[in-house]
Design a protein around this ligand. Structure first.
Ligand SMILES: [Zn+2]
Ligand SMILES: [Zn+2]
Length: 368
């Protein structure tokens, strides 16, 4: 009897290997030289994903942290920014370096921004004001400038950004025309408010339909003024601390909020960075030591959340940068010992959704 060959004996295996080899060759071919139709489809898919995402259609109060870092660079974290979406309103709080890109990548239309609110004028909170202002104008051809709210000093900051972007404004109008980019929409319009020096003072600085924004003083001395914000929408509310040490004002203005979005500086980690940098020929050791005097500690964040009886705590403006994932849990260890509610360490693209008519609070990651 004639003996079967190897391929005769392993017919199915041979067919499977053959099909896999053909698919791999087709895959390599497509990868190296994709046909035009495939390229077009990929671009269309990407545009639909970035521009048409309807993540915010439900009647809810949304908060998206589009920048969760502090003044020191950390991979994956832009400078501080939180976007609040309530009904038709898109309100932006601070504009840290790189935040406009994270904003856009999160699927929010930058042309839809209704107002920007600044907490104070440290560079990590204002570095992207010019970029946000310009992108909002160019993306949908805004006819009026971006309204910007903030405490005294805001005129100086906004005038500076407008001045720096004046040449670019000229290029855009000349290149794309007044119809696509009306000159009237360039820049920002300042809405300054003055809460005085009383640490407990606050004031409604923005009201539109069901949306109310209250500014309150915080303590970021020697940086003055510095404010936090509370946003109320229908029966739901959230608080953004800005930069501050522990202060009664924070507890008072956060009372019964659904969500507290707080900055935090871990003193132990900061001390370790300071110690590890003493031999380095730069200012890192001094900065890591000094910043401890004007930021709130994780245990104090827990006290605010507990005493204000908030439902959910989101920690952002992470200081110092966390160099390894293994250290993430330790960052909030002291917070969790004090506050027994839900605590979440924010990422760029973390979205908290609070539907109207319920107590529900859900967390979603838009960039992961
Ligand atoms: Zn800061
Ligand atoms: Zn600051």
């Amino acid at each position: 009897m004639k003996e079967k060959s190897f391929f005769g004996k392993h017919k199915i295996l041979t067919i499977v290997v053959g099909i896999v080899a053909i698919l791999v060759l087709i895959g390599i071919g497509l990868f190296n030289n994709p046909p035009d139709a495939l390229v077009e489809w990929v671009f269309k898919f990407a545009m639909d994903q970035s521009l048409g995402k309807n993540t915010f259609d439900d009647d809810a109060l949304y908060a998206i942290t589009t920048g969760t870092g502090g003044p020191l660079a950390e991979a994956g974290r832009a400078g501080p920014q939180t976007v609040v979406i309530a009904g038709d309103e898109v309100l932006v709080f601070d504009a840290g370096p790189g935040s406009t890109r994270q904003f856009t990548l999160s699927g929010i239309s930058v042309g839809s921004v209704d107002a920007l609110f600044l907490t104070h004028f440290h560079s990590d909170h204002i570095g992207d004001v010019g970029e946000l202002m310009l992108q909002r104008w160019t993306s949908e051809g805004a006819a009026v400038p971006l309204p910007v709210y903030g405490p005294p000093g805001i005129d100086t900051v906004i005038e500076g950004f407008k001045h720096a972007y004046t040449l670019d404004k000229g290029y855009r109008v000349a290149h794309h025309g007044e119809e696509a980019m009306p000159s009237s929409g360039f820049g920002a319009e300042v809405h300054a408010f003055n809460l005085g020096s009383d640490l407990m003072s606050s004031e409604t600085v923005y009201q539109n339909g069901d949306v109310e924004v209250i500014a309150f003083n915080v303590d970021h001395m020697p940086v003055f003024p510095a404010v936090g914000y509370r946003v109320n929408y229908k029966e739901r509310g959230l608080v953004i601390t800005g930069d501050t040490v522990y202060t009664e004002s924070l507890v008072h203005h956060s009372m019964k909020a659904d969500l507290l979005i707080s900055e935090a500086l871990n003193h132990e980690y900061s001390q370790m960075i300071s110690d590890a940098s003493t031999e380095k020929d730069n200012n890192l050791s001094i900065v890591a030591k000094d910043i401890k005097t004007y930021h709130i500690r994780p245990d104090e964040v827990g006290i605010v959340a507990r005493d204000a009886d908030v439902s959910y705590l989101l920690v952002t403006h992470i200081l110092p940068p966390i160099p390894a994932k293994i250290l993430k849990n330790g960052f909030l260890r002291d917070t969790k010992e004090i506050y027994k509610g839900d605590v979440y360490l924010a990422n760029d693209g973390t979205m908290i959704k609070m539907p109207v008519g319920s107590d529900e609070i859900t967390v979603h990651e838009l960039l992961r």
